[in-house]
Design a protein around this ligand. Sequence first.
Ligand code: GDG
Length: 516
Amino acid sequence: MNNSSVAIDAQDADPSEASARQRCEALQEEFFSDRALVIAANRAPVTFERTEDGGLQFQRGGGGLVTALIGLCRYTDATWIACAQSEADAAWRAGNVEVVEGGDVRVQFLSPEPSAYEGYYNVIANPLLWFLQHSMWNVPLAPVIDRTTWQAWEEGYVAVNRLFAEAIAAQVRATSRPTLVMLQDYHLYLAARFLREMLQPRERPTVLHFTHIPWPGPEYWRILPPAMRQAILDGLCAVDVLGFQTSEDGLNFIRTCESHLPRAHVKFEPGRVWYRNHATHVRDFPISIDVEALKRTAASQEVTGYWFEIRDLVADRQLIVRIDRTEPSKNIVRGFQAFEEMLELHPEHRERVKFLALLVPSRMGVDEYQDYLDDLMAAAGHVNARFGTSEWEPARVLVGENYPRAVAALQLYDVLLVNSIADGMNLVAKEGPVVNQRHGVLVLSERTGARQQLGPGALVISPCDVYATAEALHQALVMPLDERQERAQRLRWLIEREDITAWLCRQLETVAELNL
Ligand code: GDG
């Protein structure tokens, strides 16, 4: 941390936020004074690589989730179980890693057979579940659930979930303290049931599962054959506290149980499913960002370098920014179509605005994603061919992994476009307002989880409505300064009062309040 950022943080600090943070730290300390922790996720918080002399060294993964969860290892014995992503990960197998000052976490890698991992990850989790939960299947044609899908389910998804459960069970048995198990996301829907079956009632840990992506209503789950969807619901109903990004996702889960899980008794208020003699409490814990870490990054020299680069690229024009993985659910093609429509409908913006899309390559091995990259490049090319001049390139697409450049762009936008067709939360929508320097306006899809909190400060659009998106872009570009200031301030306040620590603490509070 450099000195200037400390000064900024101290000046900006709201005393009520500081005390919320202190309360949260006290809660974590008390909660874990007599509990151990096991986190299970597809990916570990660190990745290993071979050094020149054949040893192993690790690098910490980025993102608020890793920061928040590994922060817990300061308070208790923590183990993080994940699938190995490389030969070096697999060689590490298990051992303690010092991930934060004064805290280490035991990182344990599972190494499923390559064919099992392929089925679990590349056939079932992505695409089958990801596409289903983001309403991305073109149902008249896909998915086609054939013998290979069933094989991937049985020998991949089911098998890898069982492997996770075995590793968690072994860890729970190895400690004499009660354990909290935190399962992450759609890769691990079945693990809690296996775990329950493997352990005696007195050995059982408290299990929390958090789903990072949307949970659609029961109608959509009919895409899956009954045996698959029932196994998923049966697995999740072995969890004690089930967390979703929004209250709507939680309600959809309860409705899905009501429709598709025979013998489940559901209660919408306060959110409970009673099934096989066990209560699953359903809550929403909207995920957020590590505000302080983001501000520190924004104040770094590297970001400043990119800040000047982008400012030179944009010159005195207004700037529309979007930052996404090259992921069809982010709705990038319609974003360019809306920009084109806006230039058509409101010619006064021609030559006076630039659309900068910073895109991180994602799942390039999957045909649909490769095709999507081609489609979005064509959509951007179309705008440029139609409206570009020798002096002005309307849209610029930069594809590559570059987080500091993304943060610099967030500082400089006049309009931030987030128009996903479905998105669990969307963290870019939360990062932008915290670091932006121009009272920029957020144009936000109503189908992002972020809408639940940020709706009041944003211009909310329906993601398929290219015309309304075009009008929202125009409205954002011409909005008077005082309204922009008010909206930007409101967004910042909404985000900073509930950062990633609040996400974590609300989960721990829920477990404590329920006496689990
Ligand atoms: C899933 C859910 C949910 C941007 N450029 C780079 C880079 N970024 C950062 C962003 C942001 C993150 O990546 C993307 O997070 P999102 O939330 O926008 O999207 P998903 O990746 O789809 O995340 C989502 C989230 O899980 C958490 O629960 O919000 O709905 O889909 O922080 O600033 N990161 C790196 N290089 C870049 O160039 N490493």
